[in-house]
Design a protein around this ligand. Sequence first.
Ligand code: WQD
Length: 344
Amino acid sequence: MTDRIVVTGGAGYIGSHVSVSLLEAGKALLVIDDFSNSCPEALRRIEEIANAKIEFLKADLANPALAEKITETVRRFRPSGAVHLAGLKAVGESVEEPARYYRVNLNSALTLVAALEAAGAKRLVFSSSATVYGDRSQSPVSESAALGPTNPYGRTKFFIEEMLRDIARADPEWKIANLRYFNPVGAHASGRIGEDPNGVPNNLFPFIAQVAVGRRDKLKVFGGDYPTRDGTGVRDYIHVSDLARGHLAALDYLAREKSPGVIDVNLGTGRGYSVLEAVAAFKRASNRDIPYEIAPRRDGDVAEIYADAALAERLFGWKAEKSIEEMCADTWRWQSANPDGYGR
Ligand code: WQD
C-alpha cells in the first residue's frame, strides 16, 4: 500500500529536498505551496530528479477563504500522513511583523490539522526549529533542555508544538514528530535544486555562495568577539539532504509505532562550526575568494549552539552523514550552475 503524503511548502528550499527523498522512497505526494518563497520550476526539477509525478495544489494555507478547497483536495488525495513545512521563517522579519508571523504560521498549521482530521490521516511531521531553545541552553542542546524562544518566529514554532501536543492529548490517534532543525545548508548533489532566497540572504551559507559567484561584494561577519574558538558565531550546520532523510525516517517511525504520541527530535550533526571555519571550507570547495569584514554583532544571535543528536539516532536509526566539505561543495555546485537561482 503506497504511503500517500501531503507536503506543505514542498516547492521550497527544505520542501523540495524532502519531496525528492519521499518520492525516491516510493511515496505518493500532494504538494501544497503558494509559491510565496518558491516557484513552479522547483516542482519541475523535483519531478525530474525523482523521475516521478507530484499532485499539486497552489494555495496559501493561511487564507481562510481557501480552507474548504484545501480540505476537499486533501480528502480526495486519501493521505496517510503529512509533512508541514509551509510558513514564514525569517527571524528579523518576524520581529518587525509579529502579527503576520502569528497569523500565517499558526493558521497554516491549524488548517492542515483540520484537513488531515477530515481525511482521517493523523500522522504529522512538523518542521520546528532549534530557535525554540532560545539562548539559555548550553550546547550540545538536548530535546529535554528548557525552551525559551527569543523572537516571534521562534515563538510561532513553540506555540505550534504546544498546539499539536494539546491536539494529541485530546485525540490519542494523532502521531506527531516535531523536528527541531539546527542550520540546514547545502543542496541536492545534482545541483538542480537548492536555496534561492528572496532578496538579500539573511542566512550565512546563501550569502557566502552569492559572494563566491560574484552576486555580492563581501560577507559581513556579524561579531568577531564572541566567547568561541575564533570569536565568531558557532552553529550546527546540517546538509539539507540529510535533513530530508530525517523527515522520511520520522514519517516511517510514526507509521510503525503504535502510540508514539508527540515526540520532539533534534535534526543536527552534533558538532558546530564557526563563521570563519565555514568561510574557509567554502573557499576550499569553490576555489573562490570570499572577501569579508568583521561587523558588529547581529541582534538576537547567540554565540554558540549545536545539537545533541542522539535521540534521532536512537528512535529513527537516522543520523547526519554529510561533512561540511560536502555541504560547501554541493552549495557551490547549485550556485555556480544557477547563479540566479531558479530565475524567479
Ligand atoms: C549563522 C551564523 C550569524 C549571516 C537562523 C534562524 C533559524 C533557522 C536558520 C529557520 C550566525 C552569522 C549570518 C551573515 C554572518 N531558520 N552570519 N553573516 O541565525 O543561526 O539561524 O537560520 O528555521 O531559525 O534563526 O543562521 O545563517 O543567519 O547565521 O556572520 O551575513 O552566521 O551571526 O553566527 P542562524 P544564520
